[in-house]
Design a protein around this ligand. Structure first.
Ligand code: HEC
Ligand code: HEC
Length: 192
């Protein structure tokens, strides 16, 4: 008797779990926990090769995830990871991270380069990288307080053609010297 009711309870539990897996879509926090190991529990990345997601718009995050999934944007990790999720999951994650506050990083930067970048950004980048990079127009990612090594890696992928630059960004980037671009990245990394 005891054994039979235990079996019944187990069967009920199994069907309950299976039912829950089908019925309820994963919550934002559940999905986003899978990202926290690299991007930080509060969306502030703990490692210089990984970008912070806090402060990014939902559009920017969804756009990046779709490009990782399709392979349009080159990646070390995200391409493989993005394949496991649907567009609806991307929207849920984007929504979750976009609500987190920008996370200032502590990094050693060259003050002379920061100043030079500050003087260059208005005329060259501010049309899309708004508010000193704290915000982005449409699907433009936030760059304020982003890790310098991450920004340098992405810029070198743009310059080599591995990552496709938006046309209007390319018009601004192409005429600048490598030293000017380096200064701009120092500036954005410095913004708190
Ligand atoms: C194992 C570490 C790791 C995990 C886990 C991870 N990421 Fe990433 N993420 C990276 C790295 C590294 C990059 C830079 C691109 C690359 O090389 O893959 C990145 C880039 C991104 C970007 C682009 C940001 C920008 O500024 O352009 C987004 C968006 C992103 N990840 C979202 C997520 C989401 C959402 C999850 C959870 C499903 C996640 N990541 C899980 C390491 C990780
Ligand atoms: C016309 C709008 C526009 C202009 C002008 C522009 N950008 Fe961008 N930028 C974007 C968009 C959109 C993206 C994301 C594109 C993608 O999917 O790769 C981006 C991405 C970036 C990234 C990668 C950030 C990340 O989190 O991965 C860097 C670095 C960058 N821009 C630097 C610059 C610099 C420096 C300038 C000025 C010289 C500039 N951009 C001007 C629109 C622009």
């Amino acid at each position: 008797m005891i054994q039979r009711s235990a079996t019944w309870a187990l069967a009920a539990l199994v069907s309950l779990c299976a039912g829950a897996a089908v019925a309820a879509p994963p919550s934002a926090a559940m999905l986003s926990n899978a990202c926290a190991g690299c991007h930080g529990t509060n969306g502030g990345s703990a490692g210089p090769s990984m970008p912070s997601l806090a402060g990014q718009s939902k559009e920017a995050i969804v756009d990046a995830m779709k490009k990782f999934k399709s392979g349009e944007r080159p990646s070390t990790i995200m391409g493989r990871l993005a394949k496991g999720y649907t567009d609806a999951d991307f929207a849920t994650m984007g929504d979750y991270f976009s609500r987190q506050k920008l996370h200032p990083t502590r990094q050693a930067l060259d003050p002379a380069l920061v100043a030079r970048g500050a003087a260059l950004q208005e005329a060259n980048c501010s049309r899309c990288h708004l508010e000193d990079g704290k915000e982005g127009k449409d699907d433009t990612p936030a760059m304020a307080s982003q890790w310098l090594p991450y920004l340098q890696m992405q810029m070198s992928m743009y310059l080599s053609g591995q990552r496709k630059m938006p046309e209007k960004m390319e018009e601004k980037v192409k005429p600048l010297s490598r030293a000017d671009l380096e200064a701009l990245l120092h500036f954005y990394a410095s913004v708190k």
